[in-house]
Design a protein around this ligand. Structure first.
Ligand SMILES: Nc1ncnc2c1ncn2[C@@H]1O[C@H](COP(=O)(O)OP(=O)(O)OP(=O)(O)O)[C@@H](O)[C@H]1O
Length: 274
């Protein structure tokens, strides 16, 4: 079989502007009803780098991640304050559409969620249809997205088979391919390996390393080794008893794991609690 390697991004019409983008949260607070779950969260997530969000269960990491692409507001009781800047533009500014923010800032979830009866090829293209993005050369886009997600070689001869027939790790890479097909500027990942075996986990980590030059990544993980392996920066979240979650400390991953400034960070990354 002849291979076409698509080095330049395949052209799509109506997609995000090209390239990775920086994200910055400023003084973010979040509520469910009148329950304040996050407060005073400010964090810079540089373009083309991987930022890991770490911290014990319930400290607001997933809530923060969902605020970064306007999914938090889909929960009926949810509200928030603060700003989220995508390359300097507040995604919550008046007149900015949530769907536009979600197109530029993609998301991969804990449990792989391909459309099980839909073909592998159509799964990759499903995000385009939902976002109203068009592509004149769909075959090239399918190949490039699967290649970037590290799945092409395993599925290129069975693109018409259902997505549900793949293994869990392959399904997660299919979901990454689906997110990449719309060519987002940022990819958010909420514990993307927690349902996977160690081999699939390493394969996803390899994929993260391969795509990080082209798309900014923010990943929630409970796995400290994973945070160390995949991220350039880490933010440590913590919520006291009856207190909202806050960032205790953030910085280069080497510093957070090697020489943290706060004793709570030291204790957490060394497995003393959480
Ligand atoms: N839909 C919801 N309605 C009400 N409260 C919620 C909702 N989702 C989360 N919460 C609450 O918000 C707080 C933060 O939850 P969140 O899931 O963001 O934490 P987390 O750090 O991601 O936890 P985990 O690591 O267990 O996934 C918790 O107190 C949780 O109970």
């Amino acid at each position: 079989m002849t291979e076409t390697i698509y080095r330049e991004p395949v052209r799509v019409i109506g997609g995000p502007p090209p390239g990775a983008a920086a994200l910055e949260a400023r003084e973010v607070a979040a509520w469910f009803g009148d329950h304040l779950v996050l407060d005073g969260v400010s964090l810079e997530m540089p373009a083309r780098e991987v930022t890991a969000l770490i911290g014990p269960s319930g400290c607001g990491k997933s809530t923060f991640l969902r605020i970064l692409n306007r999914m938090h507001e889909l929960v009926p009781s949810a509200s928030l304050a603060g700003e989220v800047l995508l390359d300097g533009q507040d995604i919550y500014a008046d007149g900015t559409r949530a769907q536009h923010a979600r197109l530029r800032i993609g998301m991969v979830f804990q449990k792989p969620n391909p459309f099980p009866a839909m073909s592998i090829r159509d799964n990759v293209l499903a995000g385009l249809k939902l976002a109203g993005v068009k592509c004149p050369d769909k075959d090239a886009l399918v190949e490039q997205s699967l290649e970037r997600a590290g799945l092409w070689r395993e599925v290129r001869d069975r693109l018409n088979q259902p997505g549900g027939a793949l293994s869990g790790g392959q399904q997660q890479r299919l979901c990454i391919a689906r997110s990449l097909a719309v060519q987002p500027n940022v990819l958010l990942m909420d514990e993307p390996c927690s349902a996977l075996d160690p081999t699939s986990t390493r394969r996803i980590e390899q994929t993260i390393a391969e795509i990080a030059d082209e798309v900014t990544i923010v990943i929630v993980t409970h796995n400290m080794q994973q945070a160390q392996r995949v991220s350039d920066h880490c933010a440590f979240f913590l919520a006291g008893e009856n207190e909202p979650g806050r960032i205790v400390e953030h910085g280069p991953t080497e510093q957070i794991f090697g020489e943290p400034e706060d004793v709570r960070t030291y204790d957490y990354v060394n497995g003393r609690f959480g």
